[in-house]
Design a protein around this ligand. Structure first.
Ligand SMILES: Cc1cc2nc3c(=O)[nH]c(=O)nc-3n(C[C@H](O)[C@H](O)[C@H](O)COP(=O)(O)OP(=O)(O)OC[C@H]3O[C@@H](n4cnc5c(N)ncnc54)[C@H](O)[C@@H]3O)c2cc1C
Length: 394
């Protein structure tokens, strides 16, 4: 029997506070998340109370902690992403929940007016509140600017009508960031709205019947004559798509971190199994065919981690020109890698890998969605390829 020692991930932190936060996330994951993940995924139970506990611990709103407490140094993007990775290693649904909430909250933090922040910020990032981000619609996914939900101005209010599709946290979120059309112009006719969950006219469809991630609720959001005061519009009229896309850059790094965590979990399971399972009188890890698979898995996880950390450091040093392409590269690499690593983990476990007695088949199903959400990996390639070209004269 071999002893698996590939599971400890060295962390890149610049100070002891960040190291302590990572330890906290790792411990929370091991003690509170991993033990219940399988059952909750099987039964479709979203761990809402645990998300609030993460709020109390300060992890849910870590990127915004300095916004509430002016004396606090901002927590590095790299620290926050490594925490998302730790939580996703324990249970992907929870890592993803934090990432989606942060995506939604960032619209208010980055683009909200002072009046809006005075009204809602304490509540939004207080720790007990969960957000959802509503861009996709039944007929507009990759072509997000083709959205049809309307927001028609009526005096000092807007009337919202339409259907948002595939919304993570639909029905459990406390607020919804909704992109809706305020004019016919395809890209500059979209505005962004802050919609509290209890507003009349907001209802939800049935949960989507997904191949994985069933603890994470996904459903349509129906807006039926939702009347919302003008102050709920974030940014100016027509700025909605820019707000949506700017938030998505950070969201894609969150997805990358979750993908790395999920893949690390698959590698840990496969590596441990390969050390214990014997065939032909020895541990299967001794066979080069298996050992090289584990080596390739570990290498692509390390490369994916390095890429999201690279993008994070660019944000931390205020990289000129934005991080659109870097975030797209990171999401593309990390999620394609997670798909391959989790598939290979099933292979390492042989017949057992194909059963629900081990978690790797679940990891494989969970990896698939990461290649689709927040822009499919074809769309990431589009973003990257466009960043490599510019019009003559620019
Ligand atoms: C579980 C889950 C959770 C989600 N959560 C959210 C959420 O919280 N909020 C939200 O707004 N959305 C959410 N989404 C929606 C998600 O962002 C979309 O599914 C995604 O953007 C793809 O859109 P689509 O499904 O309409 O596919 P389509 O856009 O119809 O694409 C179908 C296929 O065509 C390809 N394709 C499309 N255009 C091009 C092109 N120009 N070049 C090359 N290939 C192309 C795509 O890559 C894909 O393979 C979620 C989706 C899922 C499955």
């Amino acid at each position: 029997m071999q002893i698996w020692n590939g599971g400890t991930v060295p962390r890149l932190v610049s100070n002891s506070d960040a190291a302590a936060l990572l330890d906290l996330a790792r411990k929370f994951g091991a003690e509170q998340l991993t033990p219940i993940a399988d059952t909750c995924e099987e039964d479709g139970l979203f761990p809402r109370e645990l998300i609030s506990t993460l709020g109390e611990l300060g992890l849910l709103n870590l990127p915004f902690a300095h916004v509430r407490d002016a004396d606090m140094e901002p927590v590095g993007v790299s620290t926050n992403l490594q925490i998302l990775e730790e939580l996703a290693t324990a249970w992907m649904t929870v890592g993803l929940a934090l990432s989606v909430h942060q995506l939604a909250a960032s619209a208010l933090v980055k683009f909200g007016s002072q009046d809006q922040k005075d009204l809602w910020l304490d509540w939004v990032i207080g720790g007990n509140t969960l957000g959802a981000y509503c861009l996709s619609e039944p007929h507009s996914g990759s072509d997000a600017a083709a959205l049809r939900t309307t927001a028609v101005r009526e005096g000092l209010q807007y009337r919202l009508n339409g259907v948002k599709a595939w919304i993570t946290h639909a029905g459990v979120a406390d607020f919804y960031i909704v992109m809706a059309r305020t004019s016919e112009h395809k890209t500059q006719g979209i505005s962004c709205f802050f919609v509290p969950a209890d507003i009349p006219g907001l209802t939800f469809g049935a949960h989507e019947r997904k191949m994985g991630g069933n603890a994470s609720p996904t459903a349509q959001v129906h807006l039926d004559n939702v009347l919302i005061p003008e102050i709920h519009r974030i940014g100016v009229e027509g700025q909605g798509l820019a707000i949506a896309l700017s938030s998505l850059d950070m969201g894609r790094l969150g997805i990358s971190a979750c993908a790395v965590g999920l893949a690390q979990s698959a590698l840990n399971t496969a590596g441990k199994y390969a050390g214990e399972r014997e065939q032909f009188g020895q541990a299967i890890a001794n066979f080069q065919g298996v050992g090289f698979m584990l080596a390739d898995m570990a290498t692509s996880i390390a490369a994916s981690r390095a890429l999201y950390l690279d993008a994070a450091f660019r944000v931390e040093i205020g990289a000129h020109g934005g991080i659109g392409a870097a975030a797209a590269m990171s999401k593309l690499m990390a999620t394609d890698s997670a798909m391959k690593v989790t598939t290979d983990a099933v292979q390492v476990l042989g017949g057992n890998g194909y059963t629900k007695d081990y978690p790797v088949e679940r990891y494989m199903r969970e990896a698939k969605v990461l290649q689709i959400v927040e822009g499919t990996n074809q769309i990431q390639r589009l973003v990257i390829s466009r960043s490599l070209q510019s019009e003559a004269g620019e």
